[in-house]
Design a protein around this ligand. Structure first.
Ligand code: SME
Length: 152
């Protein structure tokens, strides 16, 4: 996929740190995918997820989410991707924006441990499918590489 290749080149092919890589990723994702209305990356901090980079038309009040809470917290505790096709019918969903209809949360794993996650909200219901999941999981691997490069 061209967007992933371009992002990969930008992120891996330079000496960006994790924070800079996250900022580029959220911006590029939002600008390249019309149904990605709000894109954020959270970092694990103790027992919480802290918002570290985001792009969208408005900020979220959920800048610190306890692991285990909401779809974000659930994906972090399970260590696997969660797609919610209709947030209005999912009691686990933690509301940020009235306009959001569907959501995908993709954990970023380093050495089997969740170190962060990509969270995307869409104003369209069922906006995310397996193609989005695969592509975003590839991106999560790239971000994990940058994370490891910075922490080793
Ligand atoms: N909806 C998320 C909370 C984060 S906001 O979407 C930015 C959740 O259910 O965990």
């Amino acid at each position: 996929m061209i967007v992933l290749e371009q992002l990969k080149n930008k992120i891996i092919g330079s000496s960006l740190n994790f924070q800079e890589a996250c900022e580029i990723a959220v911006r590029d994702l939002r600008s390249n995918f019309k149904d990605y209305h709000w894109v954020g990356i959270y970092k694990v901090e103790g027992g919480n997820l802290r918002l570290t980079a985001w792009d969208g038309s408005e900020p979220t009040e959920h800048v610190l989410i306890p692991i285990g809470r909401g779809i974000c917290g659930l994906a972090a505790s399970k260590g696997s991707t969660i797609i919610v096709h209709d947030v209005n019918h999912d009691p686990r969903y933690l509301q940020c924006f009235l306009s959001t209809q569907s959501e995908i949360v993709v954990p970023i794993l380093s050495k089997g441990k969740v170190i962060g996650e990509i969270d995307i909200d869409s104003n369209k219901s069922s906006a995310f499918n397996d193609q989005d999941k695969n592509f975003l999981e590839d991106l999560a691997l790239i971000l994990a590489e940058v994370w490891e490069r910075n922490t080793e």
